[in-house]
Ligand binder design. Structure first.
Ligand code: HSE
Length: 290
């Protein structure tokens, strides 16, 4: 038996569309055991099929490594909600990649794990933090991915999870296909300052530079509670972003008391929003044998 523990993630982190992501300390457990036939258990019935994302990622990893896959029983134990921008798909993909690597003795390098996970997901900003933890920036450079990890520092996230979904596919359709030059300059300068503020733990600066031009202005209208939560973040002076493609919103701070205060306010006025304060997860997905 092999168990993969994979963290939730918050992708984009405001100004890092498709290239920046954060691992959060909220983990799913995915169990792999050799079996006579492929079998999925533990998740809602509509996902217990041969199209299951953990299984298809396991099979694609075997194909990538050019080995014949063993049949597996996969059991998924997860309470991370689907289609809310917390990386539930990436957890499945990363579990499939690491499950195949462990069960088939593939000995894939970190770069190969990231490569196959990105081939499946299409972009690295969820799979990279799920694999390696922390805050990770990735750049596609001459057909290979460069990744750099920034430490968690004292940052914490209040994730505000609506009880309604936003499909990533739909949320990508509302994005502009081109940007004006001044918008590109703004985005790049804010992204550089973001890394500085994160590493030097400067919360006020981080709040100022969480100002995105690529996706947030377009996706805000897909999230009914966006403005209320954005206003609260502004009122308390904490950095804010739409987590992944939504619907979850993340408020980031080093001040736990402040995050707890905001959580209590949100819980008092809106029952369709589930709030959790999470630490940044500085380690990525882990494999436990036996
Ligand atoms: N970067 C992706 C997006 C994250 O915002 O569409 C969701 O998969």
């Amino acid at each position: 038996m092999i168990t993969v523990l994979a963290p939730a993630t918050s992708a984009n982190c405001s100004i890092g569309f498709d290239c920046l992501g954060l691992a959060l300390d909220w983990k799913s457990k995915i169990y792999f055991e050799q079996a006579d036939e492929h079998l999925i258990t533990g998740c809602p019935a509509q996902y217990c099929t041969q199209d299951n994302l953990v299984l298809s990622s396991y099979l694609k990893t075997c194909e990538y490594a050019k080995v014949d896959p063993k049949k597996v029983h996969i059991h998924i134990d997860s309470d991370i909600p689907f289609a809310r921008g917390l990386g539930s798909s990436s957890q499945c993909i990363v579990a499939g990649v690491l499950g195949a690597d462990a069960l088939m003795n593939l000995h894939l390098s970190d770069e190969q794990k990231l490569e196959v996970a990105c081939q499946i997901e299409g972009h690295p900003d969820n799979v990279a933090p799920a694999l390696f933890g922390g805050l990770i920036v990735c750049a596609n450079h001459h057909d290979h991915l460069i990744k750099v990890k920034f430490p968690a520092g004292g940052w914490k996230a209040l994730v505000v999870i609506p009880n309604y979904e936003v499909s990533t596919q739909e949320a990508r359709k509302v994005l502009p296909t081109t940007l004006e030059r001044n918008e590109v300059v703004q985005q790049v300068s804010h992204a550089m300052l973001f890394e500085y503020a994160w590493v030097h733990e400067q919360e006020e600066l981080l709040k100022e530079v969480c100002h995105d031009f690529i996706h947030e202005p377009y996706r805000a209208k897909l999230i009914a509670d966006y403005q209320k939560i954005r206003d609260l973040a502004d009122q308390y002076g904490v950095p804010f972003w739409i987590s992944g493609s939504g619907s979850t919103m993340a408020l980031i701070s080093q001040d736990l008391t402040k995050l707890n205060t905001i959580q209590a306010i949100i819980e008092s006025f809106n029952s369709r929003l589930d709030c959790r304060v999470l630490n940044v997860c500085n380690t990525g997905a882990e494999v436990i044998y036996g």
